[in-house]
Design a protein around this ligand. Structure first.
Ligand SMILES: Cc1cc2nc3c(=O)[nH]c(=O)nc-3n(C[C@H](O)[C@H](O)[C@H](O)COP(=O)(O)O)c2cc1C
Ligand code: SF4
Ligand code: SF4
Length: 254
């Protein structure tokens, strides 16, 4: 069974590819959360996988919170995660292992895949060029091909892009990011809005409604940026940080 989260589709692509290759079932974490589905039955020897994007050098808080609430019929025999990142992951492996400790589960394998950047919510952060984005996707797809047999064999490995100043990023910056930088009150729609409702459809947390044809954000946001990136007329902005930075989601025509 593979539990996954994705805002802009990179991690969904990875989760779907793994599910096909491993013949595993997929569970979308926000959907399970909405339906209070925390009890799961694993078959004997079934793999337990997690796929998610890196948010501020750690797994998204909503993934860790979900793991905390999960109940399984037995201790899983093989646990792994595959994460996608624009650049690097800091101490994600350590943070993830710590989230399993209270449950008595052990992490057997983990791997990070560089995929196109999606975060542009602060000054200085920008998207990849089209060429870079395509190169990252091609490399990630090639790496998934090598990953599948290792997961099928239930191999034990750690194949993570950690990057520099890992402790600082994951232990100091990450809690600050979760506390101060996930505020959706900075989102706004501009006069370009054509009232299509795409932002409402793509929000994984169902955090947006249309009020008089324009999006309204409701304060339980994970800053996945899916609403910004999917707007067909680029009418969503996050403060001033996103202006003129372009859009990306997995599968975008460009
Ligand atoms: C809020 C946020 C924080 C991010 N933080 C990091 C990070 O710390 N390191 C990194 O390499 N990429 C970071 N990224 C980039 C994403 O991890 C990467 O683009 C990922 O593939 C997006 O996956 P998705 O399309 O499934 O949402 C961040 C993206 C977002 C939206
Ligand atoms: S996706 Fe863009 S155009 Fe469509 S309703 Fe949302 S803000 Fe308006
Ligand atoms: S409101 Fe936008 S950024 Fe926030 S969770 Fe929904 S799609 Fe993601």
């Amino acid at each position: 069974m593979i539990f996954y989260f994705s805002g802009c589709g990179n991690s969904r692509h990875v989760a779907e590819t793994l599910a096909t290759g491993l013949n595993d079932q997929l569970v979308f974490i926000p959907e399970a959360e909405r339906e209070n589905r925390y009890e799961y039955t694993l078959a004997e020897e079934e793999r337990l996988g997690f796929v998610f994007p890196i948010y501020s050098w750690a797994p998204p808080k909503l993934v860790l919170d979900f793991i905390g609430k999960m109940n399984l019929n037995a201790k899983p025999s093989y646990v792994y995660f595959v994460c996608t990142c624009g650049d690097n992951c800091g101490q994600t492996e350590k943070v993830f292992r710590q989230s399993l400790e209270p449950k008595g589960w052990e992490l057997a394998a983990c791997c990070s895949l560089q995929m196109p950047e999606t975060y542009i919510g602060m000054p200085g952060f920008k998207l990849d060029t089209k060429e870079n984005a395509q190169r990252k996707i091609a490399n990630a797809d090639a790496k998934i091909e090598t990953l599948l047999p290792r997961l099928l064999d239930k191999g034990h490995f750690s194949d993570m892009i950690v990057g520099g100043m890992a402790w600082l990023k994951s232990k100091l910056i990450n809690p600050g990011f979760n506390h101060f930088a996930t505020d959706d009150s900075k989102y706004r729609s501009t006069e370009q809005c054509i009232h299509c409702g795409r932002c409402v459809e793509v929000c994984p947390l169902k955090n947006i409604t249309l009020e008089e044809g324009r999006p309204l954000w409701h304060g339980h946001c994970t800053i996945c940026m899916a609403c910004y990136h999917h707007c067909p007329v680029n009418a969503i902005q996050y403060g001033k940080s996103t202006e003129g930075k372009g859009q990306y989601y997995f599968g975008i025509e460009s």
